[in-house]
Write a protein that binds this ligand. Structure first.
Ligand code: ZN
Length: 178
């Protein structure tokens, strides 16, 4: 396993559309293992393969028993790693919810994002089995955020131009060490 470098904005690779995984091979399982290691190291709760420069429809999520993203990472004992191959949203609720979202590709920046409160998702697991589930709460938000990545969409695309401008300015300042 290896910790992979995370692709950050404004890298154009983050705007590409990822290709479906054809077959669940050892290579795919290796990518998933590296993605988990990278996500835990970066203290994230979700990561899409595109964020480590691999343009395939692969997502890993582990909410680590947290209610919100602001809480400290949970210890290894409560880890619940889930890998989603070719995840697709098949239904979203009319009801909306708002969470403060962040992204490992947009370091240390957060914004309130409103999305459907619930969604249904289909995916393949690492054994190639097809699954379908309905999610709500933080998991629904996280799933929509990660599947957005596979289509070249970032959470900052869901906020106003003004807020996006302010956020990118803060990121510039952070990078300059200010
Ligand atoms: Zn993200």
């Amino acid at each position: 396993m290896a910790i992979l470098p995370i692709v950050e904005v404004p890298d154009a690779r983050l705007r590409e559309t990822c290709a479906p995984v054809d077959a669940i091979t050892d290579e795919v399982r290796g990518i998933v293992a590296d993605m988990f290691e990278t996500m835990y190291d970066a203290r994230g709760i979700g990561l899409a393969a595109i964020q480590v420069g691999i343009m395939q429809r692969i997502v890993v999520i582990d909410l680590q028993d947290r209610e919100t993203e602001e809480e400290d990472p949970a210890p290894e004992a409560v880890r619940a790693p889930h890998a989603y191959i070719n995840p697709a949203i098949t239904w979203v609720s009319d009801e909306l919810s708002t969470y403060s979202e962040g992204c490992l590709s947009i370091p240390e920046q957060y914004a309130e994002v409103t999305r459907p409160a619930r969604c249904r998702v289909t995916w393949l697991d690492l054994a190639g089995e097809r699954h379908e589930a309905e999610y709500d709460g933080l998991m629904a938000t996280c799933m929509q955020h990660e599947i957005d990545h596979l289509n070249g969409v970032l959470f900052i695309d869901h906020i106003s131009r003004l807020k996006r401008g302010m956020l990118m300015k803060k990121l510039d300042k952070l990078r300059r060490g200010g």
